[in-house]
Design a protein around this ligand. Structure first.
Ligand code: SF4
Length: 363
């Protein structure tokens, strides 16, 4: 069972908040990148049985149809058994021919970067869609036979009011989508917002946005299954669950990361280096202590929590004895609880997960 992430580093325009590994789309550069990534795909996936495949970015759909076809064709050699095949897309770059191509190659989930449907906020983010385009795109995705659709939304934007946020949530919940991911805006130094010295929203206000979203999404049939992810009818993201369950995964492409055999690797973030000499990964060896902590850090994000038996099977020690102080303290504070062989964050605990994790770090 392998979980594979492929990073496509191109975007047609750059969003004001973005500090990901990405660059402006250029056809010649994308052609060279395609050659390099095909080589990496063949090397890394040769003997893999892939369960989930996730094309993220950047904006995968910024590639031309011909380029996307080359990429999908190359991945096609390894994707016969894929259960969940996700492609990230921007609303404005997902036309019918692209959708038709994706569906033809077995893509069965689209993760749509919506972020907001408010015209002023969209402009402020330097994005290029409008509310009607979002609604139409969701319908067009269904029309191509892809019925598992996730949308991203951002809160904490400059000048975003609770009323605008509520409207974003309302309009999305009215659509036939199965999954919503929420992102709290962070002002990254190297983004346009960072350069403009945009002020981050106050913590309390941001917490109110988060709280309002949880309440509203739940009222609309979305189950909160992870701290920032919500699904209707159990359409959890299988790929992202692999991260939260702390499984190994394969990262392919400039800027991708992976984790295998007790080590994490980060491919080069520099496109020139990638084109010249391939992924050039740097490795970080993970000690058993690192892995125990990381499994807790990822697992407590899930509302289901962490299976105590899975933890002890994996590490040969009981979670409750390895982290006795952290567990007892946070249960006492009402931030963690035990249920049916799982340890999980309470609603209150999910809001302050970072401080809960600090206790585990010391454990
Ligand atoms: S947020 Fe996404 S679409 Fe926007 S520039 Fe960054 S990677 Fe590209």
């Amino acid at each position: 069972m392998s979980f594979v992430y492929v990073h496509v580093p191109f975007c047609k325009t750059i969003c004001s908040y973005c500090d990901f590994v990405r660059c402006g789309y250029h056809q010649g550069l994308a052609d060279k990148w395609l050659q390099a990534i095909q080589k990496e795909i063949k090397e890394k996936l040769r003997n893999e049985k892939i369960t989930t495949l996730y094309l993220g970015g950047g904006t995968p759909t910024s590639l031309t149809i011909a380029q996307m076809e080359v990429l999908l064709e190359c991945l096609g050699e390894y994707s016969a058994d894929v259960e969940e095949y996700t492609v990230e897309a921007n609303v404005e770059s997902l036309d019918d021919s692209m959708l038709n191509l994706l569906a033809g190659y077995g893509v069965n989930r689209i993760s749509l970067g919506v972020q907001s449907i408010d015209a002023t906020l969209i402009k402020r983010m330097n994005r290029h869609h409008d509310k009607q385009m979002v609604i139409d795109t969701i319908q067009r995705i269904h029309h191509q036979g892809i019925h598992n659709i996730s949308c991203d939304l951002i809160y904490g934007l400059p000048a975003q009011t609770p009323a605008l946020w509520q409207e974003d949530l309302r309009v999305l919940c009215e659509q036939d989508i199965q999954h919503i991911s929420l992102y709290a805006l962070t002002i990254e130094e190297h983004s346009a917002f960072g350069r403009e010295k945009v002020a981050a929203m106050e913590e309390d206000e941001e917490a109110d946005f988060y709280e309002a979203a949880i309440t509203y999404l739940q009222s609309q049939g979305f189950e909160q299954y992870e701290i920032s992810n919500f699904a209707r009818h159990k359409h959890y993201s299988k790929h992202n669950q692999a991260y939260w369950h702390y499984e190994d995964f394969i990262g392919i492409g400039c800027g991708a990361s992976g984790k295998q055999k007790h080590a994490r690797y980060d491919n080069t973030r520099n496109l020139e280096t990638y084109l010249r000499q391939g992924p050039s990964p740097s490795y970080i060896a993970l000690t058993s202590k690192d892995e125990r902590f990381e499994m807790i850090m990822m697992g407590l994000r899930l509302t289901q929590g962490i299976s105590l038996s899975k933890f002890s099977k994996r590490f040969g020690c009981e979670l409750l004895s390895c982290y006795e102080n952290a567990v007892q303290k946070n249960i006492r504070l009402g931030l963690l609880r035990m249920e049916n062989g799982f340890i999980k964050a309470t609603d209150k605990g999910l809001h302050v997960l970072n401080s809960v994790l600090l206790d585990f770090m010391e454990g």
